[in-house]
Each structure stands twice: as C-alpha cells, then as structure tokens.
Design a protein around this ligand. Structure first.
Ligand code: 2AM
Length: 194
C-alpha cells in the first residue's frame, strides 16, 4: 500500500484554512486549479510510496518508537506559496525544529524497517491545497492570499501513518483518498539526540 507519515492538524485549525481556501475558490482562474480534498489535509513528514505488507509490522514498531522519543510541540498555519508552477500550499510556523526532528525520525524509521525511501524530496513542511491543471495558470492572486494565512496555535500530539488510495475509476479530476491507518502519541521519553 502507498503510505506516508504525517501530522494531521485538528479540525478547527483546518476550518480556519478552509475559510481562506473558500476565498481562493472565488478568485478568477480558480477553475484552473484542482483543489485537494479537505478531509485529507495533512503535513507530510516522510513519504514512503508503495510499502509491502511484510514490512508493516516492523514499520509500525519503528514509527511508534519515533513518536515515543519525540515531545509534543506547537505549530500554527502560517503563510504559503507555490512549488514550481503547479502546487499551492499553506506553510507552518512554531516549533519547526521538533517538526523537522519528527520528520527525520519518521524517515529513519521507514528506512530501518526496509522501506527504500528513494522518492524522498528535501523536507519542506507544507500543506498542499491545490495543484494547477496546467503550467500556464497564473498563481499570483492565490499565492497572495495564502501568504497572508495566520492560523491559531495547536499542540501536535500524534504521529500518523496515512494510506493514500489513488483513484482507480479513471474519472478525470478524481482525488486520492487518505486514511489514517495508525497513530502514536508523542511522548518525548528520550533526549533529542539521534
Ligand atoms: P504534496 O502534497 O507536496 O504533493 C501524499 O501523496 C502526500 O505525500 C502528499 O502530501 C504529497 O506531497 C507527499 N508526496 C507525494 N509524493 C512524494 C514524494 N515523492 N516525496 C515526498 N513527498 C511526497
């Protein structure tokens, strides 16, 4: 199955972002963007791609350990931007050091469980809200609104393992469905090293 480790913001924080994205939907050119599905909004920590069932037990043990060692921390949605000429995202501020530590530990957990992790991009925390349907869609007005995002703080208390179910219907524009398959509490039971 296709898996990634993620932080899932609580519903009220996603509602705040939802109100910004509602405004984006009303801007000229919004039809040129494929908007991501709100129930699936998340911050990816480590993308694993296809993971064989035989690796799952070890992956769960390793991710649980990563969560056990990492303390809860606070984040807020803050600013936004675009990657290339397609992806529109909201960013985060707050305890980014711990977010990065959790991302590194999730990546290391997957590698140690035998996941190749060869699709890995450099880590940059973001929550993708939409992707332009083509390279010619002007993104400026969307980026301007996203850049002004200022959400309230929340406490990140869990590491989630999320399954991405890619659309199989062949219907154009159908979006992946995300399903949290497991989540472990952040406990900060060990020092920050390693
Ligand atoms: P994106 O939002 O920037 O596309 C599920 O696909 C999640 O994993 C998404 O958040 C997606 O990031 C991320 N993802 C998909 N492919 C990836 C890759 N090759 N490397 C890192 N993250 C990836």
């Amino acid at each position: 199955m296709r898996l990634f480790a993620a932080v899932v913001p609580p519903g009220d924080r996603l509602d705040e972002l939802g109100r910004v994205v509602d405004r984006l939907h009303r801007l000229p050119g919004a039809d040129g963007i494929r908007w991501t599905s709100r129930p699936g909004w998340h911050l990816t920590l480590a993308f694993m791609g296809e993971v064989g069932d035989e690796l799952l037990p070890e992956l769960r043990v390793r991710l649980e350990r990563a969560a056990h060692r990492t303390p809860a921390f606070s984040l807020r949605l803050h600013g936004g931007g675009h990657f290339g000429r397609r992806a529109l995202w909201a960013g985060v501020a707050g305890d980014l050091d711990t977010l990065r530590l959790l991302a590194e530990r999730s990546d290391a957990a997957a590698r140690r469980a035998g996941v190749p992790m060869d699709e890995h991009r450099g880590y940059r925390a973001h929550l993708t809200v939409g992707r332009a349907r083509g390279e010619g869609v002007p993104l400026g007005s969307f980026v301007e609104e996203l850049d002004a995002v200022e959400g309230a703080r929340w406490q990140v208390t869990e590491l989630a393992l999320v399954r991405s179910n890619l659309p199989v219907s062949g219907v154009r524009g159908e979006r992946p469905r995300y399903e949290t398959v497991a989540a472990w509490p952040l406990e900060g039971r060990e020092g920050r090293s390693g």
